[in-house]
Write a protein that binds this ligand. Structure first.
Ligand SMILES: [Fe+2]
Length: 259
């Protein structure tokens, strides 16, 4: 598998600079792309991937949100439910605009799948060769969004990042019920910052690699999220207890799979 990573990075920088990067919401996605690339690189090192795969994995992480830039230009929102599926849009942009000479056929298929599937609620059945790259991209993206939202809360600027969510509103009953039932939550049931944070915690049930759990735990973010929920609401705390137990079970299963 071959990918010219420097060439890919240069293409991505050029492509994104056709948008107005002085718009804060667009700048957020530009920075996020490079942050996810760095998380991906750290994960790849922890997983000891061979160099050829590493270049493709890091490239997939950098390119994962290619669809975000035109999504925001065309619809003024990052809410896929009210605009387009930004994974599908990224896939289409790559097929139309990406210089194919930068990758061989194998890497090309892998990059397309990793970008297309990075945002799907569950990873569908994909080509076995593409699967680890899809998992890497999904984990790296989640880990950076955890960090980014946590940082924005601490800086007092999270409202700009989540314009659809009411910052001081309580948890939604519909979301609590959905997570109890399905172990996952939909954005259509998320109206508040607390709802968003609760959905974030359920993302941990979809992490794919042991080092992803470790990196997240080391960041202190999941514990900080938990501390932001009402401490004296027995219903909420009961659900959180169950959710953290499901996460521990899943983490165990992932650790055993790696052995
Ligand atoms: Fe994304």
């Amino acid at each position: 598998m071959f990918a010219d990573f420097d060439g890919i990075r240069d293409w991505f920088v050029g492509y994104t600079h056709t948008f107005d990067l002085s718009v804060p919401m667009i700048q957020v996605k530009y920075r996020h792309s490079f942050d996810v690339m760095r998380v991906g690189r750290t994960l790849i090192e922890a997983l000891s991937w061979p160099p050829a795969n590493a270049a493709v994995g890091v490239a997939a992480c950098l390119l994962h949100d290619t669809g975000r830039f035109s999504q925001y230009r065309d619809f003024g929102t990052y809410y896929d439910g009210a605009s387009v599926d930004h994974g599908d849009r990224g896939y289409e942009i790559l097929r139309a605009e990406f210089p194919r000479a930068l990758v061989d056929d194998e890497a090309w298929e892998v990059l397309l799948q990793a970008v297309k599937q990075h945002n799907k609620k569950n990873l569908p059945e994909v080509d076995p060769q593409a699967a680890p790259f899809c998992r890497l991209t999904r984990d790296s993206d989640k880990l950076d969004v955890f960090k980014m939202v946590d940082r924005r809360i601490q800086e007092g600027t999270v409202a700009e990042l989540l314009p659809r969510h009411r910052i001081d509103a309580p948890l939604s009953k519909a979301l609590l019920d959905e997570i109890e039932r399905n172990r996952s939550g939909s954005y259509k049931n998320a109206a508040s910052l607390q709802d968003f944070l609760l959905i974030q915690l359920t993302w941990m049930l979809d992490l794919n690699f042991a080092p992803s759990f470790q990196m997240l735990e080391d960041s202190g973010v999941p514990a900080r999220i938990r501390s932001r929920f009402p401490q004296n609401d027995a219903g909420v705390q009961g659900l959180l207890d169950r959710l953290f137990a499901w996460i521990a079970e899943h983490r165990q299963a992932v650790a055993q799979r790696a052995v």
